[in-house]
Write a protein that binds this ligand. Structure first.
Ligand SMILES: NC(=O)c1ccc[n+]([C@@H]2O[C@H](COP(=O)([O-])OP(=O)(O)OC[C@H]3O[C@@H](n4cnc5c(N)ncnc54)[C@H](OP(=O)(O)O)[C@@H]3O)[C@@H](O)[C@H]2O)c1
Length: 318
């Protein structure tokens, strides 16, 4: 199992973690019993870098992890997030980076997670109405109080990352990165590398598309959030198949699945990049875990790189 350092503050995590979002919301049906079985299997494998957020569910994803953590908290590097506010019925209430809100959110997350510390606490989205210095100042207080070990940001721009890092060292930036979302390569990755901040790639499987198992809208269950995502409109899916055909062909000529090829490409992009593929299924979890062993040839890497360099992806990320 490969581990990587995220940032320069001493945080070391398995390079392949587990995104837990879909266990509670967004990607079709789910149930707690199966989720707990997947989480237990993850511990057995050593896939112990778990990613949650208070807004997943909302709130129920942290409660789920709280149950899974009983008796094994010390084995897990637990990441959660605050800042996208939602009501109990799931309604969206905007972003909030106010210092009082940061502290109240952390208390609520600790309770739901059934723990007295969070390993990585991320600001989920930057609040345009609160100076990032104020938000990160409050997050830094949580570190001093021992409630949080390391700080992270999600979807921040280079300027915001630099400002935040001056207030308190940031260990990880979590942002979307995959074969169909490479925009971080231009400005974000150079910024975090200059500052010594680690990178956690979310939606590394293109929300499932890059596994080659979602070929049309009818492959998604009713109510699946992706049916509202521009990249999962039928025309966009058809256009983006160019990318998929290449991944599928590489997989066909190897012992690996398309999902593993997509993740292995991402892992080839740097020793400082961790991935958190999300799944509710043991079979997928095991496959994703083994993606760290896939060796892509120079030729395969070239064709994947060139493809997404040249091919314009249809549909924005959100
Ligand atoms: N910071 C942010 O704003 C943000 C935003 C989005 C996500 N995230 C985090 O990132 C994590 C991962 O991202 P994600 O869940 O959005 O997308 P993802 O990991 O790119 O894709 C998840 C989807 O791929 C499917 N899948 C996973 N492994 C597979 C395999 N080996 N073969 C075939 N299909 C496979 C899953 O199916 P099943 O569900 O059927 O297993 C699920 O539908 C989330 O869980 C969350 O923790 C963060």
């Amino acid at each position: 199992m490969k581990k990587i350092a995220l940032g320069e503050q001493g945080l070391v995590v398995p390079v392949v973690g587990l995104g837990c979002m879909g266990m509670s919301e967004f990607y079709g049906k789910h149930n707690q019993k199966d989720n707990l079985t997947v989480l237990d299997r993850a511990v057995e494998l050593g896939c112990t870098f778990w990613d949650s957020a208070d807004m997943y569910g909302p709130f129920t994803n942290e409660e789920l992890l709280g149950k899974a953590l009983v008796g094994q908290r010390d084995k897990i590097t637990l990441a959660t997030k605050f800042g996208i506010t939602r009501g109990k019925q799931g309604e969206w209430l905007g972003v909030n980076g106010h210092p009082d809100y940061v502290k109240a959110s952390c208390e609520a997350s600790l309770k739901r997670l059934n723990t007295d510390y969070i390993d990585i606490y991320y600001q989920h989205r930057i609040d345009p109405n609160v100076p990032i210095e104020d938000t990160v100042g409050a997050m830094g207080d949580l570190v001093k109080e021992g409630k949080v070990r390391y700080l992270g940001l999600s979807e921040a721009d280079p300027e915001q990352i630099k400002r935040a890092h001056q207030v308190h060292p940031i260990s990880a930036l979590q942002t979307e990165y995959s074969l169909w979302s490479r925009d971080v390569e231009e400005n974000i990755l150079p910024t975090i590398r200059e500052l010594g901040i680690g990178f956690v790639a979310y939606s590394p499987m293109g929300r499932g598309f890059l596994s080659g198992t979602i070929n049309q809208r009818s492959d998604l269950q009713e109510g699946d959030w992706r049916l509202e995502n521009p990249r999962f409109e039928q025309v966009a899916m058809q256009k983006n198949r160019v990318l998929l055909n290449t991944i599928n062909n590489i997989a066909k000529n190897s012992e690996y699945t398309s999902a593993q090829i997509s993740l292995a490409w991402l892992l080839s992009r740097g020793e400082d990049i961790g991935i958190i593929p999300g799944t509710k299924q043991i079979e997928y979890l095991e496959q994703n875990w083994l993606s760290q062993q896939v060796k892509l040839s120079k030729q395969e890497l070239n064709s994947l790189n060139q493809l997404s360099d040249k091919h314009v992806i249809a549909g924005p990320r959100y």
